[in-house]
Design a protein around this ligand. Sequence first.
Ligand code: 9MR
Ligand code: ZN
Length: 538
Amino acid sequence: MIRTKKDISVFRVNQVGFAAGLPVRAAVLAEGPVRLTDANGNTVREISISAPEPDDASGDRVKLLDLGCLEEGVWGLACSDETRFFSVQRQPWRQVTNALIKGLYFQRCGCALDSAYAGPYTHPACHTAPAVLWEDRTVSLRVCGGWHDAGDYGKYVGPGAVAAAHLMYAHLLFPEGCSDPLNIPETGNGLPDILNEARYELEWILRMQRPDGAFHHKLAKARFAPFIMPQDDMQTEYLMPVSHCAAAAACACLALGSRVYREYDAAFANAMLLSALRGWEWLVNHPDFVPFKNPEGVRTGQYGEQTDTDDRFWAACEIYAATGNIAFRSTAEELYARGQNLTRFGWADVGGMGALCCLFCLKETAGDILYAQLKRDFLSQSARALELSDRSAYGTALSPDGYVWGSILPVMSNAAAMIADYLLTGNVRMRDAALIQWSYALGLNALDICFVTGFGKKSVKNPHHRPSGADGIDAPVPGLISGGPNKRFPYPATMERLGDTPPARYFLDETPSADTNEIAVYWNSIASLVAAFFNRPF
Ligand code: 9MR
Ligand code: ZN
C-alpha cells in the first residue's frame, strides 16, 4: 500500500473513544494552532499550545493536550487541513472490555469453539490426546484444557495462573466494570462470565498438580507448531518437569480462587484450597530455588525466572487471606523483608499481586508490616510510575529502554499501579495518568495504532497468533492485545527491517513478528483489569 500524506495524522487519540466525566487527552505532532471542533467541523475552541516537546522513546516532537471533560457526542481536533474526529460517550469502553475478557475464551484448549459463541472463529476440539510425561515416556496422562498461552499452543502454569488472577482481581475490585454476559458456553449459569472464563484455566491448573503437590511447569510440545489450526496440531504434547515458580504461582491463584468462588461453589473452592495447601507443603519441603530450564531438545516457551521469592510472597499472602492462619502472615512478612517490587503484575514478577491482596483484601488484618509499611512502599513505587509518564511527551509510563518483548505489560502494570494508588489516596493525577496508559493501548501512541484487534480505526491486523493466521478469515480473532514495540529483544529479521527506528516505533504488524506482535493471555488479562476500572461510571 502506498501511504499518502492523508493517511498520516498529526493527532493521536484513543481510537475507541473517550468517557464523559474523564479528561480527554490527545497528542498532536505539529506546531499548531489546534482547534476543537464539533461534529460538523465548526470550531468550538482555539487551543493554544506551547512548542511540541521531543519524545525520546519515539523521536517525535509531540504535545499532549488536555481538553478537560467534554460532553457526550462527536468532536474533532483540527490542525491545518486535517480534522480528526473522536467520540465522547458515557461508557465508551464497554465493548472493548468485554472483548478483551472474551479474548481468553478464544484461547480455550481441549474443547470446540462453537459458532454460537465464536462466530466465524469456530473450530473443533484441539489437543485432546493424553500428554506424555517428559521424564518417563511410558506414562501418559489426560490433562487437557486451559488456555493456549499466546500465539503458540503451549500451556504454561505460571503465566496462566497470573492471568486467571488478573481476572479474579478485576472481578473483586471493579465488579461493575466487568460483569456483562460475554456469550460463552456458561453464560447464564449464575456466575459472572469473567469468573466462568477464569474457571476454565483454574480447572486445568488443578490438573497440572503432581500427586506430591508440585506443579508441572508446562504442557507443551518440544517445538512450536507451524501456522496451523489447533485441531490440526497433532504433535505429542509433553507434561514437562515441575518448577518452583509454577508451584508458587499456582498456590497463590488457587488460594485466591478459593475465596472468590466460595459463594458460588463451595466444593470447587475447597478443592482449590486443598490443592494450594498441598502445593505450599511441597514448596516448604523444597526450599532451594531451581530455575526452570527447557530440557534438552525443547524449544517452546521457557518462562524461566531468577527467583521464586515474589511468587512465594504472593502465595503466602493469598493463603493467609483464604485461611486466616497467622503462620502464613509471618511467612509473608519474612518474604516481604527480602524486597518486593510491588508494581509488577506480570508472569515473571508477581509482587504486585501480593500487594493487591494485602492492600485491598486483607487491609488492616495484614498487620503493620503488610499493610501500613507495604502501603508506604507501594505509594513510593507507584509514584515512580507517574514520574515515567510525566517524563514522556506522549505520557506513556515507559522509559525509552523499557520497550521490551511485550511492552504492553509494563505499560498496563504501571496503569494498574496508578489505579491502585488512586484508590488508596484519591489522587486524581494518578487516575488520569492511568487513563493515558489505557489510551496508549487504544491508539494514543507514536504508531497511531490500536493494539486491540477488531477495535479502533487503525488496529493490529496481523498478530502472531496461529488461529488468526490459519483460519482463512481476513480479520484476526477479535479482542486480542498485541505485545507491542520491542527494541530490547528483537529478532534479527526485525532488526534488519527496522534498523535504527526509535523504541516506541519498533513494531511490525506482521504475522511472523512474534517479538513485536504476538498476543498472550496475561497481556489480555492485565488489560482487562485496567479496562474494568475505566468501564464504570465516572
Ligand atoms: O512474554 C514473554 C516475554 O516476556 C519474553 O521476553 C519472551 C522471550 O522469552 O517470551 C514471552 O513469552 C512467550 C512465551 O515464551 C511463549 N509463548 C508466547 C509468549 C509471548 O510472546
Ligand atoms: Zn488446544
